[in-house]
Write a protein that binds this ligand. Sequence first.
Ligand code: ADE
Length: 254
Amino acid sequence: MKKRTIGIMGAMPEEIEGVVALLANPEVTKMGKRSYFTGQINGIDTVVVFSRWGKVAAATTVTTLIHEFKITELLFTGVAGAIHSDLKIGDIVLGKRLLQHDMDARPLMEQYEIPLLSKTYFESDTVHLAIAAKAVQKVFENKALHTVIATEDLMQFDIAQPKLVIGDIASGDQFFSGNEQKQGLATQLPNVLCVEMEGAAVAQVCYEYEIPFSIIRTISDVADDNSHIDFPAFIQKISSKYAAEIIKNIFEQI
Ligand code: ADE
């Protein structure tokens, strides 16, 4: 059987800091302006890396994880802007289907279709999705966030009873920071829960190399006129704590 090695990617240094701290015997390899932290979590070989922003950065990073570090599974943790009106800051979205909202090769093919793959969405596999869902539920049930995040920080974002939602995530090389932009996407793609800038690129590469993946996103802003203020504050005070708690729970199940 192939040796198991789990790749963990985050799109911000703050998001992976807490995860790197979980590594036993940590070592770092620098390559292509990235630092790949290797070690073990609960005895399983793991590589943790900050992917940088956007689809190209994410795709090259996951390709390096596959070729150089021989990962067999991929977890992506990060933040996202809410598109669906039921989502609040602090909620978590697990990507069941990942789509690239800025892919448009019309009239050669349908809008959003990925050239040569005849696919619009990349789907997470159900086993990994269930493991991630259980890990997130456990964080919420144990009120783990209240022990690792200061109450005033949770209050600043009005995070009281965050929830888990599973569904469609849209990725593209755009930061959403206005109601008009948000409404445009919601009208075009009514099933999309949230937007971010990497998930569907990671999903495409994983699909092409047959690597199972989970995309785990915490809502940092609601992709509106305030998102450029909420996003950096959330990253600084909250998101790294979320990622580490979820990853710990995932490794307890695998
Ligand atoms: N990631 C977090 N918030 C986002 C937003 N508003 N747009 C795109 N990516 C994001």
